[in-house]
Design a binder for this molecule. Structure first.
Ligand SMILES: Cc1cc2nc3c(=O)[nH]c(=O)nc-3n(C[C@H](O)[C@H](O)[C@H](O)COP(=O)(O)OP(=O)(O)OC[C@H]3O[C@@H](n4cnc5c(N)ncnc54)[C@H](O)[C@@H]3O)c2cc1C
Length: 505
């Protein structure tokens, strides 16, 4: 497993990243990425820290150490431990980094047990499982296509969506772009596949692909969105933007311009069935939702604490309505922890003696998290209210002796809280929900597991497939079987026209 230093070194590999019209030389020293890179490097160091290593790591079948979620779990106990490892890493960014390296372990961890699924590429799947458990690489993932032509099958868009443009003896050449890869500039590999409400369809199958590509592959280019980390660095100190300045997972559009992919890194090639089915049929969906739900639960722990402290400082914590709102945030937090625990402790059988997080409970996470984050945000806006705007422009105001006395007097909090402490907390709350970082975070939670309709439609599809729908409708049939136009159809109840019709006394 890489340590933090090795991870940072791995990013100095000639990758091509564009930001604000410039090509970035080294993401580990550039103000747009350097502290987010350090937040990730701390995760890698935690794997080797004697205090956290027992929570985070375990031995693989081959005997090497790995992060617990990178290894396929064999039973509920291992799955719960893997969940706890996810939570431990997530706490290091207070739940604000969603695509830490263990996110993609949701996929790589399934490659070993489900290697047979990848017909023709079974060996690659096995090899990648071992490689991922050994190195614990940081992989981004790009499964969504640029936002155009959503009304057409993929193969009708040959200019934009990623497709194979040439087949060679040693691999394929691919071209096209993906919507975004979160944290792409800070990763080692890009994972490419398709998640689309529109099936890949019949006809030309050059889009039906699944592969990994190293971030420094010739022809791979990343076009970053604006960097909130850099904006934070330019505008103030971490005091002003405590989250933006270290947890910004810069989302980049990934352009593949005639990139060579050796066969060893391919899992599906012109195979619609495999490219469409891998999410549901190899347990990736079960596993990534365990990661997402656990990370979300950690984040709600943090939000509950923030709300409690903010109410204390404003002197509102004794009001009944404020307490009810804090209680609601705690209840949401409890619900997502319950889903996460249920997913891990009541797993489903996987392949080859492994288990998978329970996908039935996962659907509740997928549908409710996008509803709950905006609700939690609204609670902050209603309860913390104007405190979020009664703030000096930046930490520099505290350094100006002319206004410092006013700040100390008028910005302080209840119960002896100094202005410096109160403003520090309010700026933390605002970064969580209101800054550009906060806004992106909301968009992330809402779209994390697919568009708002698809997450609901897939819940229905799963219910149809796993027998839930049949169970629900036959439950209703049981109620309707008891009566018809002539009254009760059995003797459990009394027919008004025949008082002796019930056999039960
Ligand atoms: C902050 C952030 C980070 C992200 N990071 C990543 C990442 O790392 N990797 C990655 O792969 N993706 C990433 N995404 C993309 C994310 O997965 C998608 O935004 C999400 O799946 C929703 O898809 P979409 O944006 O393409 O919207 P669409 O699916 O196009 O949905 C938009 C609207 O159109 C409707 N619609 C779309 N298609 C149809 C149809 N066929 N029939 C009927 N209605 C339809 C939907 O119901 C919805 O109302 C990220 C997104 C955000 C916001």
């Amino acid at each position: 497993m890489m340590n933090g230093k090795e991870y940072l070194e791995s990013l100095r590999d000639g990758r091509v990243v564009f930001l604000n019209g410039e090509k970035i030389d080294d993401v580990t020293t550039h103000p747009a990425y350097q502290n987010s890179a350090r937040s990730i490097s701390q995760l890698y160091d935690a794997l080797h820290n004697p205090e956290t290593a027992p929570i985070l790591t375990t031995k693989t079948e081959e005997g090497h150490l790995t992060h617990k979620f990178f290894k396929a779990s064999k039973n509920a106990q291992e799955m719960i431990e893997a969940r706890d490892a996810i939570a431990e890493w997530s706490r290091m960014s207070f739940g604000f980094m969603g695509r830490t390296p263990d996110y993609k372990a949701a996929f790589t961890g399934s490659l070993g047990p489900f290697s047979d699924y990848y017909k023709g590429f079974e060996h690659n799947a096995k090899k990648w499982y071992t490689k991922a458990t050994k190195d614990v690489p940081f992989c981004n993932h790009t499964i969504i296509n640029p936002a155009m032509d959503r009304h057409k099958p993929l193969h009708e868009n040959k200019e934009v969506f990623v497709r194979a443009v040439e087949e060679r003896d040693d691999g394929i050449i691919v071209s096209g772009a993906k919507m975004v890869g979160t944290s792409a500039a800070l990763t080692n590999y890009n994972f490419v596949a398709n998640y689309s409400p529109v099936d890949l369809g019949e006809g030309d199958q050059s889009h039906a692909l699944i592969f990994f590509v190293p971030m420094n592959a010739p022809g791979l280019k990343m076009i970053s969105r604006q960097s909130y980390e850099q904006m934070a660095a330019m505008q103030g100190s971490p005091y002003d933007y405590p989250l933006s300045s270290r947890f910004d997972e810069n989302d980049a559009v990934i352009v593949l311009d005639n990139v060579f992919i050796p066969w060893e890194d391919v899992f599906a090639y012109k195979n619609v069935q495999i490219a469409n089915g891998f999410r549901a049929e190899t347990g990736w969906l079960n596993r990534y939702t365990l990661h997402g739900c656990t990370r979300f639960a950690v984040k709600l722990d943090f939000m509950a604490g923030l709300l409690m402290k903010a109410a204390e400082m404003a002197g509102t914590s004794q009001f009944r309505g404020v307490q009810a709102n804090i209680g609601e945030v705690i209840a949401w937090r409890n619900m997502f922890w319950a889903i996460s625990t249920a997913m891990a402790s009541d797993p489903l059988p996987g392949a080859n003696g492994t288990v998978l997080p329970n996908s039935t409970y996962a659907t509740a996470y997928r549908v409710f998290a996008p509803m709950v984050w905006p609700k939690v945000k609204l609670i902050f806006e209603q309860v913390v209210a104007g405190s979020l705007i009664q703030l000096p422009s930046s930490s520099k105001d505290f350094l100006n002796p002319e206004i410092r006395p006013y700040l100390d007097q008028y910005y302080k909090g209840s119960g002896g809280v100094t202005a410096e402490e109160r403003v520090k907390l309010m700026k933390l709350v605002w970064d969580a929900i209101g800054t550009e970082f906060g806004g992106r975070n909301e968009l992330y939670e809402i779209n994390y597991a697919g568009n708002h309709e698809n997450i609901r439609l897939e819940t229905l599809k799963f219910a149809d497939k796993n027998g839930q729908s049949a169970m629900f409708t036959s439950f209703v049939d049981a109620a309707m079987k008891d009566y018809d136009l002539s009254g009760w159809t059995n003797d459990k109840w009394i027919n008004a026209s025949n008082p002796k019709s019930s056999s039960l006394v």
